[in-house]
Design a protein around this ligand. Structure first.
Ligand SMILES: NC(=O)c1ccc[n+]([C@@H]2O[C@H](COP(=O)([O-])OP(=O)(O)OC[C@H]3O[C@@H](n4cnc5c(N)ncnc54)[C@H](OP(=O)(O)O)[C@@H]3O)[C@@H](O)[C@H]2O)c1
Length: 252
């Protein structure tokens, strides 16, 4: 059986690690991002290193046109996708209330509307074909109040938890992946000062992806890579919200 995965944001960081790991495991992959030359480079690398089929979709997922293009690919029954990885994301420099509201709209489109549209397309296609899986890359920020970014990730976590239970009877697994700090281009692109984040808090994207895929194979709907982060998330359930909010100030 051909297995095919579609990974958004596959040119860098966590998405690139997903594309690599899935191709190494024999999946054909569809990779999505905005930058054509970086997509072509990744596609070449995956084909030559792993001998898999790689399709490239250039799309800005903060636009309706971009979302539609990727959703269309997900519903192409001639080349079915079994695994959707909703990963593309970015952070906005500045806290909500100081940023331009048009930029916040784009963030909402990228972090909420795009995964919603792609999940919708994937669920409809997978349900008709006997099943599949969806990994939604949220964040540990989903468990703490940390501005708009964490609110978007909390939305994705909540929807994922519901969808995993609701679509179990049509054999669709939905995982919310909630990593802590991962060394990628994310913080630099979002102009974040992460110099105060201690070394022990950093994860690699390859580790995060390994843990996520292991958890998916074990049918775990929530993946929090690293014991230290599982402990921190557990703590957020017991500490007062005001204390958690103060502790979470360090990053997004
Ligand atoms: N790094 C962390 O500490 C961390 C922690 C928790 C969760 N996350 C989440 O992990 C996911 C991946 O982030 P990362 O850390 O791997 O960041 P990254 O290294 O900056 O990679 C982001 C990827 O998303 C793509 N992308 C960005 N905006 C896009 C858009 N409008 N349309 C389509 N593609 C877009 C980028 O490619 P182009 O620029 O070419 O489009 C790139 O491939 C995000 O959802 C992020 O919120 C990250």
């Amino acid at each position: 059986m051909t297995r095919r995965a579609l990974v958004t944001g596959a040119t860098s960081g966590i998405g690139h690690s997903f594309a690599q790991a899935l191709a190494a495991d024999g999946h054909d992959v569809v990779i999505v991002a905005r930058t054509t030359d970086r997509l072509q480079q990744v596609a070449e690398q995956l084909r030559s290193e792993h001998g898999v089929e790689v399709d490239v979709v250039v799309a800005d997922l903060a636009t309706t046109d971009g979302m539609d293009r990727v959703a269309l690919r997900l519903t192409d029954s001639a080349r079915p996708v079994d695994l959707l990885v909703n990963n593309a994301g970015a952070s906005l420099a500045g806290w909500f209330g100081t940023t331009a509201i048009e930029d916040e709209d784009r963030q909402l489109d990228l972090l909420v509307r795009a995964p919603m549209h792609l999940m919708d397309a994937a669920i409809k296609a997978m349900a008709g074909r006997g099943g599949g899986a969806i990994i939604n890359v949220a964040s540990v920020a989903a468990f703490t109040p940390r501005g708009v970014y964490s609110a978007h990730k909390a939305w994705l976590l909540n929807l994922s938890r519901w969808a995993d239970v609701h679509y179990d009877d049509v054999n669709i697994a939905v995982q919310a992946l909630c990593p802590g700090f991962v060394r990628t281009e994310f913080h630099q692109r979002g102009e974040m000062d992460v110099s105060g984040v201690p070394g022990w808090m950093w994860l690699t994207s390859d580790f995060v992806v390994r843990e996520s895929l292991k958890d998916l194979a074990r049918d775990k709907p929530l993946s929090i890579p690293g014991r230290r982060y599982r402990c921190l998330v557990m703590l957020t359930r017991f500490l007062p919200t005001s204390l958690v909010t103060r502790m979470a100030r360090r990053g997004r």
